[in-house]
Design a protein around this ligand. Structure first.
Ligand SMILES: C=C(O[C@@H]1C=C(C(=O)O)C=C[C@H]1O)C(=O)O
Length: 175
C-alpha cells in the first residue's frame, strides 16, 4: 500500500494546529485532558516495518527494528494512535530504552536527552487498514517525524483519532 507523506500544511486550521504542533504531543494532551492522560501499549517487539518507514530510516525493510504501538488516552478514551520505531543496531549502540518504556510516554524520555533533534514534520492520510480496531474503518490524519541523536533515529508517527476531534468540539475555549 502506497502512502504519501507531505511537508505541506493541511488546509484546515484546526487540523494544521495539531498536525504541526512543534512541542510534545504528550504535554499538549495532558493539558487538554487536565492530566487525565495515559499511555496504553498495544503492540511492541521486533516487528516488520513498512517500506515508507524503512525509507525514512534509510534502511532495508528486513532490518531488525523495535516497533512500539500505543494509544494515547485522554479521560480514558483513545485520542491518538502512535507507532514509534528504531533499528536494533541503533538501540544497542545508544542504549535508548525504547523497548522498556511500558506506560511511560516516549516524549518524556526523549526530553531527558536535550541532544535529540526533531526532523521535519510530515503529514498524511493514514490508511485505515494500519489502524487498530475500532478505528480501522476510516483513514485518519497523521504526522511523523524523526528524533535523531548521534547514530540513533527514532521515527515517531502519531495518528489523530476521531474521539480527539469530538472532545475538541465539546471543549469550548474559555473566553
Ligand atoms: C514523542 C512523544 O511521545 C509520545 C508518546 C509516545 C509513546 O509513549 O509511545 C509516542 C508518541 C508520542 O505522541 C511526544 O510526547 O511528543
Amino acid at each position: 500500500m502506497a502512502i504519501h507523506w507531505s511537508q505541506d500544511p493541511h488546509p484546515h486550521p484546526l487540523l494544521n494546529d495539531w498536525l504541526f504542533e512543534p512541542g510534545s504531543l504528550t504535554a499538549r494532551l495532558k493539558q487538554l485532558s487536565q492530566q487525565q492522560f495515559a499511555v496504553e501499549p498495544l503492540a511492541e517487539g521486533w516487528l516488520d516495518i513498512r517500506d515508507d518507514e524503512a525509507q525514512a530510516l534509510a534502511v532495508t525493510p528486513d532490518t531488525p527494528t523495535w516497533v512500539r504501538e500505543v494509544f494515547l488516552r485522554g479521560h480514558g478514551t483513545p485520542w491518538v494512535f502512535a507507532r514509534s520505531l528504531a533499528t536494533k543496531a541503533s538501540l544497542e549502540s545508544s542504549g535508548f530504552p525504547l523497548d522498556q518504556l511500558g506506560t511511560r510516554p516516549l516524549g518524556e524520555v526523549l526530553s531527558l536527552h536535550e541532544a535529540f533533534v526533531r526532523g521535519q514534520m510530515q503529514i498524511c492520510s493514514y490508511p485505515a487498514a494500519w489502524l487498530p480496531e475500532p478505528f480501522n474503518q476510516h483513514n485518519a490524519w497523521a504526522r511523523r517525524s524523526c528524533f535523531s541523536k548521534d547514530s540513533l533515529q527514532v521515527l515517531v508517527c502519531e495518528v489523530f483519532l476521531p474521539p480527539l476531534w469530538a472532545f475538541q468540539k465539546q471543549t469550548v475555549p474559555k473566553a
